[in-house]
Design a protein around this ligand. Sequence first.
Ligand code: HQG
Length: 180
Amino acid sequence: MKSEIQISKFLSFVLRHRPDEIGVQLDPAGWIDVDELLSGCKQHDFEISRAQIESVVKNSDKQRFALSDDKKRIRANQGHSVPVDPGYEPATPPAILHHGTATRFIDSIRATGLSKRTRTHVHLSSSIDTARAVGERHGKLALLEVDAEGMMRDGHIFYLSANGVWLTESVPWKYIKFPT
Ligand code: HQG
C-alpha cells in the first residue's frame, strides 16, 4: 500500500514536471481529468485510487493540489516546470518575503539575483519556517530576505498561489539581504 507521501511526491512529479512520463497531458491551466490521471498512473505501474487522490489533496501539508469544484479535474497549485498558466492574480505581498536556499548557491545569487531556474517563477514565502525547510532540502541553509515592498514600488509583479506561495519572475540582487 502506497503512503500519502509517496503518492504526493508522484503527483507533484507528474502534475508539475513530467506528465509525459505517464503518457498524459495537462491543459493550458495545468488541469487534467482525474480519470485520465488514474489510468496513466495504472499503465505506468503506479496504481492508485480516486479515494487516495482525494485524501492526498485534502491532507497535503502545503495544500499542493487543487480539485475542480466538480472533482473531475486536478492540478498542482504551484511549482511547475512545464509551461502552464494557472491564472495567478497579481497581489500585494508583505513588505518582506523569505527564500531558503543552500550556501553553495550564494555567490551565484549575489551575482545574478534569484532566478526561476527550471520552474515558471521564483518561489518566496511569508514564513521563515517554510523558507528554512525549503532551503534545507538543497544543503546547508542560507536564509535570504527579499525586499518585496521595494520590488513592488519599482514595478515588479507578485502573484499568490492558491496555497499561499508568493511567486515572481526574478529577484534582482539589490532587493536581497544576505546572511552575514
Ligand atoms: C536556487 C517547495 C544559483 C534557489 C517550496 C533554489 C517552494 C539559484 C534552487 C518550491 C539562483 C532552485 C520551490 C542563482 C535561484 N544561482 N542558484 N542565480 N537563483 N537559485 O527547487 O524555491 O514542498 O526549483 O535558491 O515550498 O527551492 O515542493 O526552487 O535553491 O515553493 O511543494 O536554485 O518547492 O514546494 O530550486 O522550491 P527549486 P525552491 P514543495
